[in-house]
Design a protein around this ligand. Structure first.
Ligand code: NAD
Length: 328
C-alpha cells in the first residue's frame, strides 16, 4: 500500500515514519499543501492525507479521480476545507481525525487564568525589567462564575478541569449532558450571559453560532466580562468586540482563533505586509491575548491525528470502510 501525506510538518514526520514501519506501508511526505501543481505526486498512491491548508475543491477532486484515488483523509477534526458533497458525487470517500479534547480544554483554562491575572502585561513588563504591580491585581477563580457555551467533548472537559478551582459553573447547550449536570448548572443563554464573569465558547461553527457574540449579546453580559474563544473565530463579531474592549464592557479577551485567520496563523509572516486590520488592532490591547490557533497542538494530539488519518486510509483500502468516514 502506498499513500501520500501533504501539508506535513516536521513534528509529524516521526509519527509517519513509525507507522510506515509498523504497518509495512509506503508514505510519501510532502511539506506543501495539496494543490493543482503538486497533485501529480499522488500518482500511483492508494490514498491521500492532508491538513486544513489544502483546499480540496472540485478541480482537485476531479484530478484525484483521474489519478484513480478514491480515499482522502484529513488529519484535522474540521473538514470545511473539503467539498464533501462533490467528493461523494465522484465516489471519493473522505475521513477526518480524532484526538482527545484534553489539550484544547487545558489551553482554555490557561487562557482564563492568564486573562484574570493580567499575565500578558506582567510578562511584557518582566521583559523590560519593569517589576511593578500597578494595574496587575487579579481575581481568584473561587470567586468567579464561569459560563461554558457548548458542552460537547471539549466544553465538558473544560468543566471537569475547572471544577477543582471552586468556581460556580454555568452551562448552555442545545442538548444537555447528564454527566455535566454533576458539575455545572444548565441555564438559558441569557442567564449565562447575565451571571457569568468568564464566558468560554465551545460550539461548532454553524449558522446559529455564526457571530453569536455581538453587541446585542455583549449588552446582556456583566461589565468587565472575560471572553475566551478556543472554538472558531467566526463565533465572534470582531468589530463589536473591539467596541466592547474600547468601552471597557469587556475586561479581557483570550482568543486562540480569529475570523479570517487562514493564510496567517501557522505561518511565519514576520517580514510580510499583513492586511488584517482587525487582528492587528485587537492584538495591541493590554487585556487581549491572541494565539495562533494552537490549543490543539500537543504531542498526544499530533500522534492521534497522524495515526487516525493513516489508519482510516488503510481501513478504506483493506475493509472498504473507516470508522472516521465523514457521512453527510
Ligand atoms: P462537540 O461536537 O463535541 O461539541 C459541540 C457542542 O456544541 C455540542 O454539545 C453541541 O450540542 C453544541 N452546540 C451546537 N450548536 C450549538 C448552539 N447553537 N448553541 C449551543 N450549543 C451548541 O465539539 P468539540 O470537539 O467539543 O469542539 C468544540 C469546538 O472546538 C469546535 O468549534 C471545534 O472546531 C473547536 N476546536 C478548536 C481547536 C483549537 O485548536 N482551537 C481544536 C479542536 C476543536
Amino acid at each position: 500500500m502506498k499513500f501520500i501525506a501533504y501539508d506535513t510538518r516536521d513534528d509529524e514526520r516521526n509519527d509517519f515514519e513509525e507507522l510506515s514501519k509498523k504497518l509495512n506501508i509506503e508514505i510519501i511526505l510532502v511539506s506543501e499543501g495539496l494543490n493543482i501543481n503538486n497533485i501529480d505526486l499522488a500518482k500511483g498512491c492508494d490514498g491521500v492525507t492532508i491538513l486544513g491548508h489544502s483546499k480540496v475543491d472540485s478541480v482537485i477532486l476531479d484530478k484525484l479521480k483521474q489519478l484513480n484515488i478514491n480515499y482522502l483523509s484529513t488529519r484535522t477534526v474540521g473538514y470545511n476545507h473539503i467539498d464533501i458533497d462533490y467528493a461523494k458525487s465522484l465516489g471519493i470517500r473522505v475521513s477526518n481525525s480524532y484526538y482527545a479534547p484534553n489539550g484544547v480544554a487545558d489551553y482554555t483554562v490557561m487562557l482564563i487564568l492568564m486573562c484574570i491575572r493580567h499575565y500578558k502585561q506582567a510578562m511584557f513588563r518582566g521583559n523590560v525589567n519593569d517589576y511593578s504591580l500597578k494595574g496587575l491585581q487579579g481575581k481568584e477563580m473561587k470567586d468567579l462564575t464561569i459560563g461554558v457555551i457548548g458542552t460537547g467533548k471539549i466544553g465538558a472537559t473544560v468543566i471537569d478541569n475547572l471544577k477543582g478551582f471552586g468556581s460556580r459553573m454555568l452551562a448552555y447547550d442545545k442538548y444537555q449532558n447528564e454527566k455535566v449536570k454533576e458539575k455545572a448548572t444548565y441555564v438559558d443563554l441569557d442567564t449565562l450571559y447575565k451571571e457569568s464573569d468568564v464566558i468560554t465558547l465551545h460550539t461548532p461553527l454553524v449558522d446559529s453560532t455564526y457571530h453569536m457574540i455581538d453587541t446585542e449579546a455583549l449588552s446582556k453580559m456583566k461589565d468587565n466580562v472575560v471572553l475566551i474563544n478556543c472554538a472558531r473565530g467566526e463565533l465572534m463579531h470582531i468589530p463589536d468586540l473591539i467596541t466592547g474592549v474600547e468601552t471597557r464592557k469587556i475586561g479581557a479577551l483570550g482568543l486562540d482563533v480569529f475570523e479570517n485567520e487562514e493564510g496567517i496563523y501557522h505561518l511565519d509572516r514576520r517580514t510580510d505586509i499583513i492586511s488584517n486590520r482587525d487582528m492587528a488592532y485587537l492584538r495591541q490591547f493590554p487585556n487581549v491575548i491572541m494565539t495562533q490557533h494552537m490549543a490543539f497542538y500537543t504531542d498526544a494530539a499530533v500522534t492521534s491525528m497522524v495515526c487516525s488519518s493513516v489508519t482510516s486510509l488503510v481501513d478504506f483500502v483493506e475493509k472498504g470502510e473507516s470508522e472516521n468516514e465523514i457521512i453527510i
